[in-house]
Ligand binder design. Structure first.
Ligand code: UGA
Ligand code: MN
Length: 308
């Protein structure tokens, strides 16, 4: 027969172990929050979650619009629409992108965070870049198919343009994901897009590149994934639209119930024909954008002192 003190001691040990484990798990989640990254909201107590959500709604409206800072009003504005979401490489991706965009004149960058609230650290980062920008949050809408990354965010950005931009001012819209690579030349070329311009995209669709094929300066077919099934078989990075189409062909929005890979073509089918495609990049003979994808880092230790 074991002594009662032995049983008490064992129970105490188990209790301490369990408590320790619970505290470690909780502090890990909390650490993530205090880094300002607003991830893992679900592990927080309900009241705190609601409070953060409430604060977030307020932050949501507090985006910074600095269109007036754009430097040269004689040339069309380029609206860059970038959906983004929190992951370890987010700041690295956005830094790389900002370093490109800051070299382009008369450009306004609309960044849409795929979450309930914006991230203040990310907003501070955008402020530090000197790029004219608007940053707000739009989480994925519940009816959206999971396979469409960034669609609701892009639609929210299009809504923003229609509210904030005066359509009599010339402007062009480009959907630029945060992980691609962009030459400066492509921005100069897309600026004067009459309706729809297109160019090849490197490393896209499982090929070395996807591109429209031209004959006498007109598109006659596409070299691309599922070219026979899609009217405009082109990646998001391979076209720009004149902002006018937003007012002429309402509603110019992405169909979030489209089949996988059909997002781009479904949008362009709303407004354009092949005959209207304006080929850029020296008649589609140069690769000026690349559909690069960043490898997920293999992190085993979370050291939280420095922000990554
Ligand atoms: C390809 C196309 O290039 C995208 O334009 C298209 O939206 C996407 O497929 C799709 O249809 O799902 P891919 O490299 O596979 O792109 O996708 P990501 O780069 O992972 O995502 C596209 C954009 O959405 C990025 O800017 C990314 O930051 C953003 N995103 C991704 C979110 O906002 N939320 C997510 O959960 C994932
Ligand atoms: Mn990508």
């Amino acid at each position: 027969m074991r002594k009662p003190t032995f049983i008490v001691k064992q129970s105490l040990k188990i209790f301490c172990l369990l408590t320790g484990f619970a505290v470690m798990t909780w502090s890990f989640s909390f650490t993530k929050y205090i880094r300002g990254q607003f991830v893992n909201l679900n592990v927080l107590p309900e009241r705190l979650k609601e409070y953060m959500y409430f604060m977030g709604r307020r932050l949501n409206g507090a985006y910074l619009s600095s269109l007036n800072k754009a430097d040269n009003h004689d040339i069309p504005i380029i609206f860059i629409i970038t959906p983004t979401y929190y992951r370890l490489v987010q700041k690295a991706e956005l830094t790389r992108m900002a370093n490109t965009l800051r070299l382009v004149k008369q450009l306004h960058w609309i960044i849409v965070e795929d979450f309930e609230v914006i991230n203040l650290k990310t907003q501070e980062f955008f402020q530090s870049t000197g790029v004219s920008f608007t940053y707000f949050a739009q989480s994925k809408r519940s009816e959206t198919n999971n396979h469409h990354r960034g669609a609701d965010q892009r639609n929210a950005a299009l809504d923003w343009i229609m509210v904030n931009h005066n359509p009599s001012m010339p402007a062009v819209i480009y959907f630029a994901d945060d992980d691609n690579a962009y030459s400066l030349e492509i921005f100069q070329q897309m600026r004067y897009t009459k309706k729809l311009s297109m160019w090849p995209v490197g490393l896209s669709g499982g090929r070395t590149y996807e591109t429209p094929i031209l004959k006498d300066g007109k598109v006659i077919k596409f070299l691309a994934w599922k070219a026979e099934k899609r009217k405009f078989p082109i990646d998001m990075a391979g076209f720009a639209l004149n902002a006018n189409v937003l007012w002429t062909y309402k509603p110019m929005r992405f169909s979030t119930d489209a089949d996988p890979g059909m997002l781009e073509t479904k949008l362009l089918e709303r407004c354009c024909t092949w005959a209207e495609i304006e080929p850029l990049a020296d008649n589609c003979t140069k690769i000026l954008v690349w559909h690069t994808r960043t490898e997920k880092p293999k992190v085993r230790m979370f050291d939280n002192v420095l922000e990554v």
